[in-house]
Design a protein around this ligand. Sequence first.
Ligand SMILES: [Zn+2]
Length: 237
Amino acid sequence: MTDAPPPEFESRILDAIRRGASMEDIAGIRPSRVASPGEAIRALKEGNSRFFGGQSVRPDLGANERRAQIMGQTPFAVVLACSDSRVPVELVFDQGFGDLFVVRVAGNVVGQEGLGTIEYAILHLNVQLIMVMGHEGCGAVQSAMFSPDAIAQEPEALQALIRRIQPALAGLPAIRDRKARMREAVLNNVRHQTAMLRGQETVRLAEESGQIRVIGGFYEIGSGAVDFLIEDEDLLP
Ligand SMILES: [Zn+2]
């Protein structure tokens, strides 16, 4: 064990000096408070517990700390979540400025721009975790279960988005209870999008090296709780 700061932290300080930052600004630069994928998972779990337990601390920043943030960012996790207005990621995990690198797109699908955003976070921001988070009552996942005729009525880009979800639902078991069926569909979509990410070289290499872990999540709107899908058997499509 060593107390030396992580190399990316030192390079941020050097970068700040090169850019002529004031001593006050440099003093405000903080290393990421999370040092491993395991700690990143724990930070998200603890933040979500505070949120659904009504104990959110709503981390905010004073003027000095905000100024220091101009020098750079050290988010510890990427969350790929749905655009649904009921899923505000920072609030759900009780995280503050600079903590999470968030990609939001309907149905939390992996598309080209989202993938590029995640690659940037892995290679240039040294994030330690990627979570694909689906949610209860997802309209995008539901629309992927509509008839082909109904889907064909939608504009082209929306059809393309729906097509990114459909493979996740191909093997959906027949579940009579509608709520249970929707939950399974959303979970299958999380597993499918996670597999899509893991099929990408940048993500695969970062996970193999131990820099990151790729996990899934299911946000229950009613309770505010996130179920974490961490083990491989939870994530197999
Ligand atoms: Zn949704």
